[in-house]
Design a binder for this molecule. Structure first.
Ligand code: ZN
Length: 457
């Protein structure tokens, strides 16, 4: 058992039930769990024993819960800014990239996952979901799981899948799809081998057929029934991303995307869908009533000209909404603080209303909102019995000059892109702006060699 006291916090954003923001505070962590949130002035009377370790933030950091990323494709760090895909919309973009992704190897999955995770962590992310849906050349989800385990990011790994190739009317080339029986068998193996449903879990498995235009109706149904035969295994896919996605759904299933997912049992508290840019009002109401979550990915949606998701309406109907940076080839980054700011700006311009969303509401989406989308009540807030996942940002920086009137709102209004400290499950993964769990330089060198090889093979 060991304890850590983080003291002299300038401003502590708790995201607790009372939404408290404390000036001059401290946090006591025991092992991997937050034990106490303390007002700095009462620290001596509150502490029952001297802590084993102290981090003194010297009254110049804002501390908040670690951010939660609800949608990503880590492997795409290898295919950022591919020239032929720079100016494409979703389906064209996929058609350019599928053949390149067909050259992925287990090492490429592993190294790209660490690069994406490193970029996420440095931008404040402490829990991420990734959606890996392509498994050529012996690649397995295990490659990614091991890679992320070593960087110590709290992880929701998705066993993605594609089973309907071009010859059957789907989008991916036939040689990149898998047999549905193999997908289900591997999904079950992964759940049995890795899924940890206990509180403070560092690894959970999600089942995630890639999208309605890459898998069959049968696989959607069977994945749902397999996931629901285990505790805490959630379902995830891409939905209603752009107009072409809607047209595909109407032409192939005779239904809107929302009606389609309802027909295959994919509305519910254990389901979250990425994008949902093109959901109509009725669909949003259904999401709200059923507790179906949404991963909002504004950068990717703008990059691919997919549209602007109706986040204000979703929040009005109590749809659980989290943020996602989406794949690194459609963003083309993994910076979650930047994604939060973009979500803030996009909601305002979509509604043509400067009060459409507040900075604090966006911070909620990035923390407690993402936690709800991933089905977790142990992350997203700084309070007793929560996992010790929190980040600290030095307020003595150029981006915050002149913004001390409201430092909490400034996290979203101003352009903060990097954290100074990050703790995940009680472990210090960022110390004074540097990752502690991985050496970035050799990783970047190998990553860029692999990216070059992938593109040129
Ligand atoms: Zn995606």
């Amino acid at each position: 058992m060991s304890t850590l006291l983080v003291k002299n916090i300038h401003t502590l954003v708790t995201m607790d039930a009372a939404q408290r923001e404390l000036r001059n505070a401290a946090i006591l962590v025991r092992n991997n769990v937050i034990e106490q949130v303390i007002e700095q002035d009462s620290i001596n009377s509150e502490l029952s024993e001297p802590p084993d370790e102290i981090l003194d933030l010297q009254d110049k950091h804002i501390v908040l819960p670690g951010l939660v990323n609800t949608h990503h494709h880590f492997f795409q760090t290898l295919t950022r800014v591919i020239p032929a895909a720079q100016n494409c919309s979703l389906f064209q973009w996929l058609r350019v990239l599928y053949p390149i992704w067909g050259n992925l190897t287990p090492e490429a999955i592993s190294i790209s996952s660490q690069i994406a995770a490193a970029e996420l962590i440095l931008s404040g992310c402490t829990t991420a979901s990734d959606h890996l849906y392509i498994y050529p050349n012996g690649c397995r989800l295990d490659d990614q799981i091991q890679a992320i385990n070593s960087i110590k990011l709290r992880f929701h790994a998705s066993r993605g899948s594609m089973s309907v190739g071009e010859s059957l009317g789907g989008l991916p080339p036939d040689h990149l799809v898998e047999k549905e029986a193999d997908i289900l068998k591997d999904s079950q193996r992964l759940i049995e081998q890795y899924h940890d449903n206990y509180r403070h879990s560092m690894l959970r498995i999600t089942l995630a057929p890639c999208s309605p235009f890459t898998v069959s109706t049968a696989l959607m149904r069977e994945s749902a029934s397999l996931a629901r035969s285990f505790s805490g295994v959630r379902l995830h896919t891409h939905l209603a991303e752009n107009k072409a996605d809607i047209d595909y759904s109407l032409a192939n299933f005779g239904m809107t995307p929302c009606d389609y997912v309802e027909s295959v049992g994919w509305l519910g508290k254990d389901v979250w869908h990425a994008h949902c840019v093109q959901l109509d009002d009725l669909a949003i109401q259904k999401f709200g009533k059923t507790g179906t979550g949404v991963a909002h990915c504004p950068c990717s949606n703008m990059r691919l000209a997919s549209g602007m998701a109706p986040i204000r309406q979703m929040l009005n109907y109590r749809v659980p909404v989290g943020l996602g940076v989406d794949g690194s080839a459609s963003n083309d980054g993994s910076n979650l603080l930047n994604e939060a700011r973009t979500a803030f700006l996009m909601a305002r311009v979509r509604e043509l209303d400067a009060a459409a969303i507040t900075a604090r509401e966006v911070l909620e989406l990035a923390t407690i909102g993402g936690a709800e989308v991933l089905g977790r009540d142990d992350i997203g807030a700084i309070a007793p019995q929560m996992s010790a996942d929190f980040i600290a940002i030095d307020i003595d920086r150029i981006e915050l000059a002149g913004a001390y009137h409201d430092l909490v709102a400034a996290l979203i209004f101003c352009q903060i892109n990097k954290v100074d400290y990050s703790f995940i499950n009680g472990y210090k993964v960022v110390d004074q702006g540097r990752l502690t769990t991985i050496e970035l330089e050799p990783l970047l060198e190998r990553h860029n060699q692999l990216a070059f090889k992938l593109f040129n093979s």
